[in-house]
Design a protein around this ligand. Structure first.
Ligand code: AMP
Ligand code: ZN
Length: 119
């Protein structure tokens, strides 16, 4: 069923604490933690506690939860002092775009100059 935990999902295991992570923020509906392979000085992932395979599925099934993820991405940027110089919020969607974990997540990237367009 949509939103149910998936036994084989790495980020569901981070939500339950079965896989450790450096958590920087938590709400009733979301968890934010540092990316294990950071691509910028600040690289935090924001995930819904509930499992949806990607951002589009999340937004379609649970738009308020999608909004929670976006709001938390903004709060991470405030906490990490990224606002002054700008930052990027990215949802890689599909393996062709680099998605490797199929539990919706926002990348919050900042702390260095960010090129546009991205690779
Ligand atoms: P994506 O490639 O968009 O699906 O993003 C998945 C992200 O999860 C990558 O940036 C990985 O570096 C990150 N990642 C994978 N395993 C872990 C982990 N155990 N803890 C934190 N981040 C992870
Ligand atoms: Zn999951």
């Amino acid at each position: 069923m949509a939103g149910e935990p998936q036994a084989d999902c790495l980020f569901c295991k981070i939500v339950t604490g079965d896989v450790p992570a450096t958590i920087v923020r938590e709400t009733d509906t979301t968890v934010a933690f540092r990316d294990i392979n950071p691509q910028a000085p600040t690289h935090v992932l924001v995930i819904p506690r509930a499992h949806y395979p990607d951002a589009a599925a999340l937004a379609a099934a649970a738009p308020e939860l999608a909004a929670d993820v976006l709001r938390e991405a903004g709060e991470v940027a405030v906490d990490e002092k990224l606002e002054a110089h700008g930052y990027r919020v990215v949802f890689n969607t599909g393996s062709g775009a680099g998605q490797t974990v199929f539990h919706a997540h926002a990348h919050v990237l900042g702390g260095r100059g960010l090129q546009w367009p991205p690779g």
